[in-house]
Unconditional design. Sequence first.
Length: 375
Amino acid sequence: GISFLTTPYALEQGGWLGLSILFAFSVICCYTAYVLGRCLIPNGSYNTIAEAAFGSRARLPFTLLVQFEMIAVLVGYTISMGDNLARLFPHATLRISALEIGPSKVLLFIAFLVVLPTVWLRNLAWISYLSLFGIVTYMIITVTMIYVGTGLGVGFHHSVPHLRPENLLNIAGIYAYCFAAHCALPSVYTSLKNPSNYAKVLVLSFMISTMIYIGFAFLGGTMFGDYTLPQVSLNIPTHLVAAKLVLWLVVLLPFSKYSLCLAPIALDIESKFPWPNTSRCFVASSLLLRTGLMIFVFLLAMVFPYFETVVAFIGSASGMLVAVILPSLFYLKIYRNVMPKWEARVNYAILAVGTAVGVAGTIASIINFVHRIRS
């Protein structure tokens, strides 16, 4: 995900020993992903697990939680898109009388107009073709970074501190965000040809992801050191063709995300409409709803344009809740009478750690928000 671009910044802010947090979350989230699969009923979802654990009344609040996380993720993607567009077109300002609007806001408005028609589509089959594009894009960005460091003279000469304890709470949210995709895991489980391979798939996926995160963090951190920006794509000198390639790739990445993340929210609300889905009233209401959701996401991105703080907040608040706390809570609730004592202790420990880090990290990210707004 988009946290891929933030790992060099997190490494520089937390130091080499701060990577132990990344390792810890990798192990914990792999385990909670496994127990989430154990709680899943056939053709179920994250919400059905919540309902199985806490009854039918739990379905609505957990649905809202998942929707909040989707909106928050889109806000992060939108901020990233605006920052990288502003780097590509730094002079795209707009003056209206005495008011001057900066490049990121002007370009985000243009991006909004371009992306908007994609969220109107109800058939999302086309998104499957863009999924491969996302994976290939991150591979190209990594190869390009290596090329910039080795072939274009930037080098890997900067040092990274051993540890910066004052920043650990902030980077904890960023590292948690790297692995907080648990809402999508029930779909992965049910789509497997042989669901008994789910645990193997998880272990292999988390191992590969962790190695990629660490490798990319090493690349960016040693290339730019103290100058590493929250999105390392913004560090590459813009006079290089490679920089423009990376910036455009990062800009294009979110295009499929809006439809993918907004569709479940829109479909859930549209199911309450009193008209048949082929009527003009339904179509018009659907267009207004989806347009309104997009406006909401873009307005949030303009009001809170601080990428690293938003990522840390998402990781500490919703990410920690969805990927660490709730899976263990579901597992304890459903299997508490049959699980061995050692496994119960493990899950209680995960609950304690997840709650402590989540609360402290959320408070730290809110304090950072306030400081950024004041400055």
